[in-house]
Write a protein that binds this ligand. Structure first.
Ligand code: ZN
Length: 238
């Protein structure tokens, strides 16, 4: 392994100590404020890249659990949309988010039901990359089951919109899950917060499409039974 040609290589103690960061807490099962108890900051620079890594011991300000966290960034790794530095976070023990599962509406097709239950199991075991891929698969299956047409997923989502199966807000939200699933498959990188949002979106989508079908079915059955009861009552003269 070759040593990088660093023009700057400084280690500073406690530059982050006392700061409060928003991080996932495995105990609280949500994102909470964490206080940095101790830190070592590594500032480095090559001829064309500047970078920084903070190695810290942090404590959750909710449950007081102490954990380890590294946050790093460099001038090469920027968000293409806003130009801001991407911060890479590694935590130990890994922070986890509670994944709520809904009770699936009766109208939910079998293959979607299957994918949902397996993905939910992966998420509850913190197998997050598979959970992310499963989340995207559910979106694919919903588009297929609802007659979404087109070669790629984004076309199929747009086709559901033009057929009136979903509205513009729902379409925009599913497009976000589509991007998210892509990243999980191609870059093997899953962020808890984004995964949580994607899973919430899948829950919303299933309730939106299949929950309303359950209500329609219920109302039709109830009205049929009411009519039958009324005609029976008429016949018996009561
Ligand atoms: Zn906590």
């Amino acid at each position: 392994m070759t040593t990088p040609d660093l023009t700057r290589n400084d280690f500073g103690a406690d530059k982050r100590t006392g700061e409060v960061w928003r991080l996932d807490c495995g105990q609280c099962k949500k994102r909470t404020n964490h206080k940095v108890l101790r830190s070592v900051t590594h500032d480095w620079e090559t001829i064309d890249i500047v970078g920084r890594a903070d190695y810290t011991i942090v404590r959750c300000m909710g449950c007081e659990q102490v954990s380890y966290c590294t946050r790093s960034s460099n001038s090469e790794d920027t968000n293409p949309y806003n130009g801001e530095s991407e911060i890479n976070t590694i935590q130990y023990p890994e922070g986890s988010i509670e994944h709520n599962s809904i009770s699936l509406p009766y109208a939910t097709p079998f293959e979607i039901r299957n994918a949902y239950n397996e993905t939910s199991k992966a998420l509850s075991l913190q197998v997050n990359t598979l959970g992310a891929i499963g989340t995207r698969l559910i979106v694919e299956l919903i588009c297929k089951a609802e007659g979404g047409k087109g070669r790629i997923l984004s076309d199929r989502i747009e086709s559901l919109l033009s057929q009136g199966v979903i509205n513009q807000d729902v379409a925009d939200t599913i497009h976000c899950v589509r991007f998210f699933g892509n990243d999980a498959v191609h870059e093997y990188k899953v962020k808890n917060q984004e995964l949580n949002t994607a899973w919430d979106t899948v829950n919303m989508l299933i309730s939106y499409i299949y929950g309303s079908r359950d209500s329609k079915e219920f109302l039709m059955t109830a009205s049929r039974e009411a009519k039958l009861a009324a005609s029976r009552a008429k016949k018996s003269g009561t």
